[in-house]
Design a binder for this molecule. Structure first.
Ligand code: MN
Length: 351
């Protein structure tokens, strides 16, 4: 490395990402400096490699997209396997647990050549689905409860990230289906908003509008208390049920690197007061989507027991997550190898 660094103007390396790298580079540079009296020139500048590299990673080329399609296909098969296993074990009266489904996921990933899970799988039965970063533990899969699975494999260096929520026994109850169809409708709106030229936040805004209207329609939010759908959005009243963002970049990392701000417009800022925390937030222009960018679209609803929420909805947690490649006219959902429509999930689990 000292030999390579000799007579260079600038050293590029990723700042603050690899512990010990700075002191290693410092050691190499001091070796170069020791040779100054022999005519060597020491680099005079250090710059953060993350800035150009993250930008390069943001747009996936055809080969990367192809790998990501294959990773998503494997993950979709794993979700199907877990759904079928849940229905089969409950029909047979077996003691089905969250970890049983995790085992099926991992088996299917590896069976198709995936090297690792892209992240620790979430298998959350019943009320556990309302805990956002739950793992797969020992809770029983109960007849009448939903199961939320957020799991994806990594294949040849690329991640996939799928969430499905399904009835443990294969049949949605009425209230479960009402909330499920609302989340799915909000995802449809987000998918329609995902296209080249749109902003990264457009799918999220589309999701929030559909969810907010649905929360009013289903009586989880009351119009006499919370007002119109615009009031619900402005005051972030939906946040009690939907407390995370709709998307993140996906690629070599499951939460892939890349700025969520449009770098060509960084100076263009405004401030607002957050209605819930009261904090001042600086708004910066959201990233403009380009063909080849890959993001997740993952709306959800999480209903905790509460006096002003109809009891039939208590402890229901639903998330639906798919992976989208941005195209010139829209987006390609690469994770739809596993069904997402309620009746199709029921049909699959009956089979
Ligand atoms: Mn995700």
């Amino acid at each position: 490395m000292p030999k390579l660094l000799e007579n260079q103007q600038c050293v590029w390396y990723p700042f603050a990402t690899h512990q010990g790298l700075e002191s290693q580079i410092d050691g190499w540079l001091s070796s170069v400096r020791a040779r100054v009296r022999f005519g060597a020139q020491c680099p005079a500048e250090q710059r953060d490699l993350c800035v150009p590299l993250d930008e390069m990673r943001l747009v996936k080329d055809a080969q990367e997209q192809d790998t990501m399609r294959r990773a998503a296909q494997i993950s979709a098969q794993a979700h199907i396997r877990a759904m079928k296993t849940s229905a089969r074990m409950l029909r047979a009266g077996q003691d089905a647990r969250e970890y049983h489904l995790e085992a099926e996921l991992l088996h299917e990933f590896r069976q198709h050549g995936s090297q690792f899970p892209a992240y620790t799988s979430i298998v959350a039965a019943g009320a556990n689905a309302c805990v956002l970063h739950y793992r797969a533990d020992t809770a029983p899969l109960r007849d009448g409860d939903l199961v939320l699975i957020d799991a994806g494999c990594e294949l040849d260096g690329y991640a996939s990230d799928i969430t499905r929520t399904f009835p443990a026994n294969g049949v949605f109850s009425g209230p479960q289906k009402d909330l499920y169809n609302l989340v799915l409708a909000s995802q449809d709106a987000a998918v329609a908003a995902t296209k080249a030229g749109a902003r990264f936040t457009d799918p999220h805004d589309a999701t929030v509008r559909v969810l907010s209207q649905g929360l009013l329609d289903l009586g989880l939010l009351q119009a006499n208390k919370h007002g119109s759908v615009d009031d619900v959005i402005d005051k972030r009243a939906y946040f009690a049920f939907y407390m995370h963002r709709t998307s993140h970049w996906l690629g070599m990392d499951v939460h892939d690197c890349g700025s969520y701000i449009e770098l060509s417009e960084t100076g263009n800022t405004s401030t607002r007061q957050d209605p819930l925390s009261g904090e001042t937030i600086t708004n910066r222009p959201s990233r403009i989507l380009h063909p080849g960018m890959v993001l997740t679209i993952e709306p959800g609803l999480y209903v905790r027991p509460s006096a002003d929420v109809p009891e039939k909805f208590w402890n229901i947690g639903i998330r639906i997550e798919d992976d989208a490649i941005v195209t010139a006219t829209g987006c390609e959902l690469i994770s739809r190898g596993v069904p997402v429509i309620a009746s199709e999930i029921e049909a699959l689990m009956r089979a």
